[in-house]
Design a protein around this ligand. Structure first.
Ligand code: R5P
Length: 338
């Protein structure tokens, strides 16, 4: 057991931090965060955290750089206030897509960001659905990358959909689609997407059968929505019936909302790892809260009890509803088996 449990919220997603603190029956630790007129950020923790077990909730959602900088400065303010342990809860870890060098003279920014967070002085990191689970390896401190698959499975079961097929909108997302499909005993298909330039998605083919099927496209991020809407077009051309989208992080930048609005998608399920501004909340977007799972994870982390039993229960619940043997490839946390 660590010192007193404290939750601090950055400005990126305060409503999530409030929900978590409420579940844990504590108040958010007050903090003063403001910007000087030149854009520099100032952070001061407004009560003692000496000897405490502190969790800072701050996704690096848009504006990514501003929110990242605020996270770093908050960690520094904390480090100088003598807590026993600092955990950065980064529900959306931006820059995770820059995880490798593809052409000459490129950076590996996901690694740089991990190093910056670590150097600022955190002891531990919590993330949700990293773009690829191996980004965890960029941290040399313990990290938990939480899996939302059993929660998604419950939501899909509630919809009582027939003739389902799970679709990965690109080859990189195949493991994620296969994982959910195995839990719900459904087939998968893969869209063959290419990126001629960063931010531009082009699709050429569909691998698998989607004709007259109810399709659920699963992805980690909807950023400009190019990937999803291009996938929807080609899936429709291949005879898909109703199309649903499931994506963890609603970045929703640039033309995303216009594209999603125009696209023949029945429903878009996202989570609150990123808070969606009111003006972007169109009717077909439904938000699932990660707060219950995050609160339980923080509680167990604080008490030093394992998380595996929570996942066992979640998967057991899904298994009872599907009346089938659970797949033997299910992982507790940290990503999917390919
Ligand atoms: C790509 O590999 C990711 O998994 C997402 O599909 C992608 O980043 C989404 O970006 P956009 O919405 O801009 O196409």
């Amino acid at each position: 057991m660590q010192g007193e449990l404290k939750i601090i919220s950055g400005t990126a997603n305060k409503s999530l931090a409030i929900e978590v603190a409420k579940n844990l029956k504590i108040k958010l630790t007050p903090v003063d965060i403001h910007k000087f007129s030149d854009g520099e950020i100032y952070v001061r923790i407004l009560e003692s955290v000496r000897g405490s077990d502190v969790y800072i909730v701050q996704p690096t959602s848009p504006d990514a750089n501003l929110n990242l900088m605020e996270l770093l400065i908050t960690i520094d303010a904390l480090k100088r206030s003598s807590p026993q342990r600092i955990t950065a809860v980064i529900p959306y870890f931006g820059y995770a897509r820059q995880d490798k060098k593809i052409v000459a003279r490129e950076p590996i920014t996901a690694k740089l960001v991990a190093k910056m967070i670590e150097s600022a002085g955190v002891h531990r990191v919590m993330t949700f659905e990293l773009h690829v689970p191996q980004v965890q390896g960029f941290f040399d401190i313990p990290s938990d990358n939480l899996d939302l698959i059993p929660i998604y499975a419950e939501h899909i079961l509630n919809k009582k959909l027939k003739d389902l097929v799970f679709v990965a909108p690109d080859v990189g997302g195949a493991a994620r689609a296969r994982h959910l499909a195995r839990v719900l005993h459904a087939p998968i298909a893969i869209v063959d997407k290419r990126r001629p330039k960063p931010g531009i998605a082009k699709v050429e083919n569909v691998i698998g059968d989607v004709k007259n099927k109810t399709v659920i496209i699963i992805d980690d991020i909807i950023d400009t929505a190019g990937t999803i809407t291009e996938a929807v077009s080609i899936l429709k051309k291949h005879g898909a019936k109703d199309i649903y989208v499931l994506a963890t992080h609603p970045v929703l930048s640039g033309p995303a909302i216009k594209r999603l609005q125009k696209s023949p998608i029945k429903e878009i399920l996202v989570t609150n790892t990123i808070e969606i501004p009111k003006k972007k909340m169109i009717k077909k977007i439904k938000v699932i809260s990660i707060a219950p799972l995050l609160s339980e994870t923080i509680k167990r982390q604080h008490e030093g009890t394992p998380m595996g039993v929570v996942y066992d229960k979640l998967y057991e619940k899904v298994k009872k509803r599907t009346h089938r043997k659970p797949p033997n490839v299910v992982r507790k946390t940290g990503g999917f088996q390919a």
